[in-house]
Design a protein around this ligand. Structure first.
Ligand SMILES: C[S@@+](CC[C@H](N)C(=O)[O-])C[C@H]1O[C@@H](n2cnc3c(N)ncnc32)[C@H](O)[C@@H]1O
Ligand code: SF4
Ligand code: SF4
Length: 392
């Protein structure tokens, strides 16, 4: 036994005791055949835009070192995790296409049997070899491109860079690559933040999708939805309702799937609290499936989570950053529970911190950990969450 292992011995013993006594019910032993995890993985901490209301501009102002997960680290993390993963988002919070080794990392992810893989990008770097690799990736099911405006000035104002033309050109070219790739190429979604600045552009987003042969548009309220966000349509619910109505009417006349939050009550500013249901984007128009399109893996898996808890994220979701640090969901990036580059899977997902969170869920004490979250809207970012309606 080396000196490092000796040093670790009391800690390991304490963990072993706690896992076998106080937190016994909270210990989780996932099985690969259940593929229990929804993974939101970031492979870098950089971005080339500076969007209004995104966390990134403030983060970048602190001048953090620019970090990129190495290919070797990704391979290690993949070997520990991806056999247990049913949904991998590669990536989520930053701009993953800035990673110089994105193509190699995608090829490693493609070595695994992943029922669903998706990504979200600002679209400015969806070009060249990266775009080709994504279009041909056997695992990638959906590429979501964030596009908040069609007016160049408004785009530059709310995305922080004058890159509208480049994003539109990349989208057009990517559609061509998808057609060349044939059946099984990933779908393309457009993600639009609903803001006061872009209300006039919302209906035109549907026209753009039609012109580019894109079949899904997802509209979300910019966060926070509150009086202190000057971009939130909290301040003008009636104008949002009109733009919403026109956007839906256009989508209905074209073959477009639209996700959109519900209409807002006129007097929303007087309400004491706003229900999460009012902000959640649901499907309001559907489209026909494309020929050759792979179905979502909704019924393929058992349900390896407890059914009587307020939120299943501590069993199901792993948000992982470029260092391998894990947090239990996209709402608690502050609560690091383990590290998948320094620990094996069992240790990383059975840290005392995560056991405490699971135990709180099992005991109905979730408010102690998650006071601000309305967890029936989770698991956040799960494209197959329609399979979970009864437990959340
Ligand atoms: C943080 S970005 C990271 C991925 C990539 N850089 C992009 O922009 O698509 C992920 C998504 O969050 C959205 N987003 C950023 N700030 C937001 C906010 N305040 N409210 C709602 N969505 C936001 C972005 O528009 C994007 O669709
Ligand atoms: S491109 Fe994405 S990560 Fe970058 S600032 Fe905009 S929303 Fe944030
Ligand atoms: S309740 Fe909310 S904050 Fe807590 S683990 Fe679930 S999703 Fe995360």
């Amino acid at each position: 036994m080396n000196s490092n292992s000796l040093w670790q011995l009391p800690k390991r013993t304490t963990k072993w005791i706690l896992r076998n006594t106080r937190y016994r019910r909270a210990v989780y032993r996932p099985r690969p055949e259940h593929k229990p995890f929804l993974v939101r993985l970031d492979i870098n901490n950089t971005c080339n835009m500076a969007c209004s209301k995104c966390f990134y501009p403030d983060y970048a102002r602190q001048n953090p070192p620019k970090c990129y997960m190495s290919v070797e680290d990704f391979r290690l993390l993949a070997s520990r995790l991806l056999d247990y993963t049913y949904c991998l988002h590669l990536a989520c919070a930053y701009e993953s296409l800035l990673h110089p080794d994105y193509v190699e990392i995608l090829a490693i992810a493609d070595e695994y049997d992943l029922p669903y893989m998706g990504m979200v990008t600002n679209g400015s770097l969806l070009e060249g070899d990266k775009a080709k690799a994504i279009a041909r990736s056997p695992n990638m099911r959906a590429v979501s491109v964030s596009l908040d405006a069609l007016d160049p000035e408004i785009f530059a104002k709310i995305r922080g860079r004058p890159m509208l033309d480049r994003v539109l050109k990349n989208l057009e070219d990517f559609q061509e690559l998808r057609h060349q790739a044939g059946d099984g190429a990933p779908a393309v979604n457009i993600n639009i933040r609903i803001m006061r600045s872009n209300l006039d552009d919302l209906p035109q987003m549907v026209d753009l999708c039609h012109r580019l042969d894109i079949h899904n548009a997802q509209f979300f309220h910019v966060a926070p939805f509150s009086a202190d966000n000057e971009e939130s349509v909290f301040h003008e619910p009636n104008n949002f309702n009109s733009a919403r109505k026109e956007t839906i009417a256009r989508a209905e006349s074209l073959d477009l799937e639209l996700r959109m939050p519900p209409a807002l009550p006129e007097n929303i500013q007087e309400e004491e609290s706003i229900s999460a249901d009012l902000l959640e984007a649901g499907i309001v128009t559907r489209r026909k499936k494309e020929e050759g399109e792979k179905p979502l893996p909704q019924e393929d898996f058992p349900f390896p989570y407890p059914t009587d808890v307020h939120c299943i994220c501590p069993w199901m979701t792993l948000a992982i950053d470029y260092r391998g640090d894990i947090t239990p969901c996209a709402h608690r990036y502050d609560y690091v529970i383990g590290n998948l580059l320094r620990q094996d899977l069992f240790d990383a997902i059975n840290s005392i911190r995560l056991l405490k969170l699971r135990q709180a869920m099992l005991d109905g004490r979730h408010h102690e950990f998650c006071p601000a979250c309305q967890p029936h809207t989770t698991p956040y970012g799960d494209p197959t969450r329609e399979r979970l309606p009864d437990i959340l």
